[in-house]
Ligand binder design. Sequence first.
Ligand code: NAD
Length: 421
Amino acid sequence: MTTESATAPINAWQVAQHQFDLAAEMLNLDPGLRRVLREPRRELTVHFPVKMDDGSVQVYTGYRVQHNLGRGPAKGGIRYHQDVSLDEVKALAMWMTWKCAVVGIPYGGGKGGVIVDPKKLSKKELEGLSRRYFSEISVLIGPERDIPAPDVNTTPQIMAWFMDTYSMHVGYTVPGVVTGKPISLGGSEGRNEATARGCVFTIVKAAAHLGMDLKKCKVAVQGYGNAGSIAAQLMAAEGSSIIAVSDSSGGIRNMAGLDPDRVLAWKKEHGTVKGFPGAEDITNAELLVTECDILIPAAYENQITVTNASQVKAKIVAEAANGPTTPEADEILAAKGVFMIPDILANAGGVTVSYFEWVQDLNRDHWTEQDVNAKLKVIMDKAFAEVLAQSLKHKVNMRTGAYLNAVQRVADATAMRGLYP
Ligand code: NAD
């Protein structure tokens, strides 16, 4: 099956199903189980009104999808973006199922999204939209049922509104209903940095496996938000040189190295990394194929495709973003000998520390950042070793290795529970 053509847009849900099919085939999965795991368990679409500042009422569309609940409650972020679609949310929910299984945390997979460009809303409108969306999806939500978290364009403030809305409905405070909250409301130390930190833990292991000295490595990062900017800072702390970064407006490059903290300060002041003093402006397309040792896609799906994969120069691609590489591009990168750290492993640090946050909330506990980071490292290092072992054993790339581990774990749990009724 091909998921990509030169003209039609690439459908993330088809990509996700294709990746699952490959693993199911290799695992010789029972056909009935395969049919179950290939589809989401629940898909909710909501259309809801929001009162705008000018007095008008606008109607927005949002989704919450639960892919699989075999190993525990659904877990997954909520995305605010004008390009959100049901198929994208389904793909992201399925990837969450595998991600939680790869790192062995007791959750199923879920995801949500609202079709909106939040930059066009005032703070009051954003709060109104967030509270009403959360009310609408609350039929599926709960600390034992489905626990949302941040994703693209959603912040700790929005998580606080979600938590407050749910708590107002039930009449008491329920911190464990959502993760990625501000620390003052039961958020976890280290959650904000967790996705990037987990990603860097996997890069450190990959470099050691490949015999690469991170202090001599040049790194390019696509996307300079939560995952990308912090990954750049942490890679700089490992001694690597950050030579190119980008955001939705475009990118910047300086082969002698960029200071990630100063770039972040520039972005905060000017709204984009572009124009950063001493760097040349480049496009996002140029960033992906720029001369570097490590490429960290940290923006959106379908960035590395058949059109640019053969020109990627990096030796390691670490997918901080979900779904940045299409299956066809994956094959091209594998044939070139690029070491791929797949999304369901590379960015699993976020959901892992979300799990820590939930455990702390349920126990009314608060761990130190040192504790959180140490526990995260144990989980990420173990998952990396298990995926690497699987990929070496079956002579497959790391994505397939990760899928073999994840799909097997979910399939075992689903089969052991049996078919209801
Ligand atoms: P974010 O909103 O903080 O940042 C996204 C960044 O991408 C912004 O800098 C934006 O300008 C940039 N961007 C948008 N369009 C772009 C384009 N076409 N080219 C280059 N850059 C572009 O979001 P985030 O939370 O950092 O999420 C980024 C990716 O990481 C997403 O794929 C998300 O699903 C994934 N992820 C995030 C988390 C988390 O905990 N935040 C966890 C796991 C995975």
